[in-house]
Design a protein around this ligand. Sequence first.
Ligand code: ATP
Ligand code: MG
Length: 143
Amino acid sequence: MSKKTLAIIKPDAVKKNYTGQIITNISEAGFKIKAMKMVKLTTNSAEGFYEVHRERGFFRDLIEYMTSGPCIPIALEKENAVDEFRKLIGATDPAKAEKGTIRKLFAVNIQENAIHGSDSDDNAEKEISHFFSRNELLENYNG
Ligand code: ATP
Ligand code: MG
């Protein structure tokens, strides 16, 4: 089981100034921040990141939303990181998310759902590389 996952604090949550509370929540759950930055995604970059959803009806809206303002990708580390983080963020639709989860606390609806979490070890690896260079990661993962 890999120890890595990628989180993104999404544009709706950044806009509403939830960044600090969300990072506190993540830290208190035992995740270590290994790399972090604030970026405004280009359409190209957002389409690449969500390529698997290209054929879905919500794809164009998703890309518009993800490029609507800055977001904060964060490379995280913890034992069993992918599953543990998905538990912490809750269901995609905040109406269905468990009490106390990040989406229950901070998400607006199924699209503007405050935070992303990788769904497998393979995708975690790919998604971390989408945002962070080898050098940025080497320095922080070894430190
Ligand atoms: P993420 O990949 O962002 O962590 P997820 O794995 O819970 O979310 P996915 O099915 O991968 O959910 O969908 C990716 C994103 O697309 C969702 O987080 C949400 O922002 C948007 N999305 C998913 N389903 C819908 C929908 N039915 N209507 C509108 N937007 C949606
Ligand atoms: Mg997903």
